[in-house]
Design a protein around this ligand. Structure first.
Ligand SMILES: [Ca+2]
Ligand SMILES: [Ca+2]
Length: 388
């Protein structure tokens, strides 16, 4: 058993740290604080909250409001930069088929792997599902997993810092994949029955989520020092990277629904109460996008979470859960209407090479200085006919 942090031992006192004003409406209630970089959260039907620890490779459980001392399971991981235990999802039939799906950076093979685990008594059974790409560059490994309304597994894969992969439909890099729960390829996939690729032209994504009302698949995507995106994923769609950044309007690419010229490092998303919510690692902000999001789509800043946001999930109690790099918070009700993100700002100077490192370092500095909220800005996507 790993030693627990001091803070995780004092959860009953965590209410002292509630974010925002003290009124109950829209307040962020602490679920667990002092955590070690939860990258993804997922709920079992019985209310247990599972989360993945990026650097330890532990899958932890919060049950009845208490962080369980022993992990549910563990996978060995490479833990530097954007490697680690990156993705987590539970089987849609978890009550009868309790598989836990993980996507992680394997330290022996130095590739990213998709696997599923289940408890068999005190033993953990592990089934490998997919061997993805090398981890050698350390960045753009992607890693979010979500099950669609069609019960298929969707997995985001970055282009592992080899951008040409994203435009090759026969390469796994820079793709959203669609798989059966057992890892096989569905026979109605858009690029053919043997091809797991569902959409292409992605750079790196930390966020996939489903609108339970429509079945829409949403994706957040990180740009190269500019043009972070919110995308509505279409089967067979090409989202442009590396040939088109943001809303280029070329007919062969799908433009983003929202484009953020200044890096925010968007991460996890969830559709809650009819709106799309997503978080950002660089700004620590929680955003809301009213749905349906058409040509007048707009983002609203809802709350500064005080640390980089990693994932969002709607719980079985219909509350919104927000994971950050050190905590998990719960919103029983939305925190107001939010503040509109400014429509236009000067485009930043893109960092040269190693954008991921620059962004992560910049994010830490910004958050420490408390400047994040003032520096965040996005713009609404303009889609007039002349751009098409
Ligand atoms: Ca997620
Ligand atoms: Ca794009």
């Amino acid at each position: 058993m790993r030693p627990r942090t001091i803070l995780s031992l004092i959860l009953p006192f965590a209410a002292l740290f509630a974010l925002g004003d003290a009124s109950a409406a829209g307040r962020a209630e602490p679920v667990a604080i002092g955590l070690s970089f939860p990258t993804n959260i997922a709920f079992a039907p019985d209310g247990r909250l599972f989360f993945a620890e990026k650097d330890s490779g532990d899958i932890r459980v919060i049950q009845d409001g208490r962080l369980q001392p022993d992990p549910f399971a563990h996978v060995d991981v490479l833990s530097s930069s954007e490697q680690g235990l990156l993705g987590l999802a539970l089987d849609p039939s978890f009550a009868t088929d309790p598989w836990v799906y993980v996507y992680y950076s394997d330290p022996v093979a130095t590739i990213n792997r998709l696997a599923r685990l289940r408890a068999d008594g005190t033993r953990i059974v592990r089934q490998p599902l997919l061997d993805a790409l090398t981890t050698e560059h350390g960045y753009h490994n992607g890693g979010d997993i979500v099950f669609g309304a069609d019960q298929k597994l969707y997995l985001s894969l970055g282009e592992v810092h080899e951008s040409a992969r994203a435009q090759d439909p026969d390469d796994l890099g820079g793709k959203v994949l669609r798989l059966n729960a057992d890892g096989t390829v569905p026979d109605d996939n858009p690029f053919g029955a043997a091809n797991p690729v569902y959409s292409m032209g992605h750079r790196n994504s930390f966020g996939l989520c489903i609108d339970p009302a429509t079945g829409d698949l949403w994706e957040t995507e990180n740009g190269p020092g500019s043009d972070d995106e919110l995308n509505l994923i279409e089967p067979g769609g090409n989202y442009g990277w590396p040939d088109q950044l943001g809303p280029g309007g070329a007919p062969r690419y799908v433009d983003p629904v929202l484009d953020f010229p200044t890096p925010i490092v968007p991460t996890g998303c969830a559709v809650w109460r009819g709106d799309l919510y997503f978080g950002a690692y660089a700004t620590g902000l929680l955003y809301r996008v009213p749905l349906p999001a058409g040509s007048d789509a707009q983002a609203f800043v809802m709350r500064n979470m005080g640390a980089g946001v990693t994932d969002l999930e709607v719980g079985p109690d219909a509350a919104l859960y927000v994971a950050t790099s050190d905590a998990i918070w719960r919103f029983a009700t939305p925190p107001g209407e939010g503040t509109p993100v400014p429509e236009t700002v000067p485009a930043p100077v893109p960092p040269s090479g190693g954008a991921g490192v620059v962004i992560v370092i910049a994010a830490g500095a910004l958050l420490a200085a408390g400047l994040a909220a003032r520096l965040i800005a996005g713009r609404r996507l303009r889609r007039d006919a002349s751009e098409r």
